[in-house]
Write a protein that binds this ligand. Structure first.
Ligand SMILES: C[S@@+](CC[C@H](N)C(=O)[O-])C[C@H]1O[C@@H](n2cnc3c(N)ncnc32)[C@H](O)[C@@H]1O
Length: 213
């Protein structure tokens, strides 16, 4: 969803770095072969993730929700040369596709894939992180925050995607809309938790930057 007029959005995109060729290829193949290609981070958001990662220069990155690997590759662009990126997805059918693109990139050996439920996998990762990207099932966002907050290095950054949920966060919420309910809880939690400093950016479907104090 675009929250600014299309013409202005085109201007924004036209004045932003272009998407690398490998990511164009990954996007094409995702649309050809994989269900729900709308889950991909788009080119513009990908450049935002890339530049944020380059500014942070993380050594250890954790991504929750790999899908076909687009955002992992964007985040990896800013990783230190001896850094590692751990990425988790519950859908085992995506593993081969992800690995193909990770190995076509310069970061293949630094990216570690984990298949399974992130709530089960995160506690088993014996690492502290400088950058975390939360982009999986929305009802678990508050649980993901609880699982990662003590696993951050000081000054580390948690990025959370889809926090505006197509604008549903300001509408009346249906009783059975567990994703919107969880995002409302999550957005308030980030703001009120004194361990992080948070800014919600209206980029694409809403991207929150939370800096760990
Ligand atoms: C929106 S997609 C991720 C998109 C990807 N980050 C990108 O920008 O290209 C969400 C992914 O989260 C995964 N997922 C959903 N529930 C999960 C869970 N409990 N643990 C791990 N992954 C999960 C889905 O299989 C899906 O691939």
């Amino acid at each position: 969803m675009h929250f600014i007029p299309e013409e202005l959005d085109n201007y924004v995109v036209n004045h932003t770095e272009k998407e690398p060729k490998l990511l164009q290829q990954l996007t094409r193949e995702t649309y050809q072969k994989i269900l729900q290609p709308r889950m991909l981070s788009g080119a513009y958001q990908g450049r935002v993730l890339s530049i944020l990662s380059k500014l942070i220069r993380p050594k250890n990155i954790l991504e929750i929700g790999t899908y076909t690997g687009y955002s992992a590759l964007c985040l990896a662009e800013g990783m230190q040369t001896d850094g590692v990126l751990h990425t988790i997805d519950i859908n085992e059918e995506l593993e081969t596709f992800q690995r193909k693109y990770f190995d076509l990139s310069p970061y293949g050996e630094q990216i570690h894939q984990h298949v399974g439920d992130a709530t089960q996998i995160i506690p088993k990762l014996d690492l502290k992180f400088d950058l975390i990207f939360i982009d999986a099932d929305k009802p678990n966002y508050p649980a993901y925050f609880d699982l990662v907050i003590n696993r951050m290095n000081p000054g580390g950054v948690i990025l959370s995607d889809n926090v505006l949920w197509s604008g549903k966060v300001i509408d009346a919420v249906a009783e059975d809309d567990f994703s919107t309910k969880a995002l409302l809880e999550y957005n308030t939690l980030l703001l009120e938790d004194h361990r992080v400093e948070t800014v919600l950016l209206p980029i694409r479907d809403g991207l929150t930057i939370s800096r760990v104090l």
